[in-house]
Design a protein around this ligand. Structure first.
Ligand code: PMV
Length: 323
């Protein structure tokens, strides 16, 4: 059996986080400068059915049988084997193999690290076992894993990461891939603060329960600006896109998912010439994203470093749309 190596990129949400959980649209793009990788190879000397896992980033080097069933890596393996209809067989029917996982995607930073690891594992394992899965199935299975760990994920992460294309996504509707006319340049700056998405999603749900009218109105405003942003992105109207990013940030502040550190980074990016900026992902930490003129990437990155960013990535979404 051959060695199989599969990669999945990171992602950023440009517009619509949180509101997307409640049915509004969101726009997300892949970030291929960072990725998760899964490598599967036969373990010839081991007993049939032995699944060995190595994830040096988290100091993991153990057999699958020693991991709790609710471990994210065990869950990704389990949903894949179930989808391949191997669940009715005992593991003894499988060849022994080693699964190596690594990732350069920052964790708990709103860049989709968990979904990317799941997508890489699902692809590597199904291909290794000679039963490749369709992208739709890969995305659905990654969503199953997301549900175990995030409670009520919208599904945007598993889609943008599986398809590796800019997406316009609404829950329960078919996904739209965006074909854009003009390149856009983005700087992604990590605040260094980490708040699990589960926590911010639950804080927003508490607000919705306490003040349904106000919060529903914020969701609708986010949805309306995401519709406008889709056209601005497709047509390359960068000034409009920048204004919409700034507006979206104000609405995220109204949902109380921003933080002083994030706002400090946003201000620094704008003062150094960014066209627009906002937090991206769950918030209360993680990353900000800034839409930047290509000749200002360097100065904006310097300004963000001075403002305390712990990690910077710049990425270009080229015409057509795949980074
Ligand atoms: O922090 P991330 O990258 O997992 O993004 C979260 C986006 C939310 O809209 C807050 C949640 C979701 O499931 O869409």
């Amino acid at each position: 059996m051959a060695i199989i190596f599969r990669k999945a990129p990171g992602k950023i949400i440009l517009f619509g986080e949180h509101a997307v959980v409640y049915g509004q649209p969101a726009i997300a793009i892949p970030v291929t400068q960072v990725h998760a990788t899964a490598r599967v190879f036969p373990k010839l000397t081991a007993l049939k059915g032995t699944v060995h896992l190595q994830a040096p980033d988290i100091n993991l080097d153990t057999d699958l049988s020693h991991l709790p069933a609710n471990h994210p890596l065990a869950a990704a393996i389990r949903v894949t084997l179930e989808a391949l209809k191997l669940e009715t067989l005992t593991l003894d029917h499988l060849p022994a193999f080693t699964l190596q996982i690594s990732s350069t995607i920052p964790i708990s930073a709103g860049m989709g690290s968990g979904a990317a690891i799941s997508v890489a594992i699902i692809r590597a394992l199904s291909d290794f076992l000679g039963k490749p899965l369709s992208p739709e199935k890969v995305s659905d299975l990654a969503y199953e894993v997301e549900k175990i760990f995030h409670g009520n994920p919208s599904g945007v992460d598993n889609n943008v990461i599986t398809y590796q294309k800019p997406v316009y996504f609404s829950r329960g509707q078919s996904i739209q891939f965006l074909s854009i006319k003009r390149a856009t340049h983005w700087v992604i700056a990590d605040s260094g603060e980490k708040t699990p998405t589960r926590e911010t999603v639950s804080a927003v749900r508490d607000q919705l329960e306490a003040q349904p009218n106000r919060v529903e109105m914020v969701f609708q405003k986010i949805g309306a600006l995401t519709v406008k942003a889709k056209n601005a992105l497709i047509n390359g109207d960068l000034e409009d896109l920048g204004d919409l990013l700034n507006e979206n940030q104000k609405l995220l502040e109204a949902l109380d998912v921003s933080s002083p550190n994030l706002e400090n980074l946003i201000k620094a990016a704008k003062n150094a010439g960014a066209i627009g900026a906002k937090l991206s992902g769950g918030g209360r930490g993680g990353n900000i994203i800034a839409l930047v003129p290509p000749d200002k990437v360097g100065p904006i990155k310097n300004a963000l470093t001075h403002a305390g960013a712990s990690h910077l990535i710049d990425t270009t979404l080229p015409p057509g749309g795949t980074t």
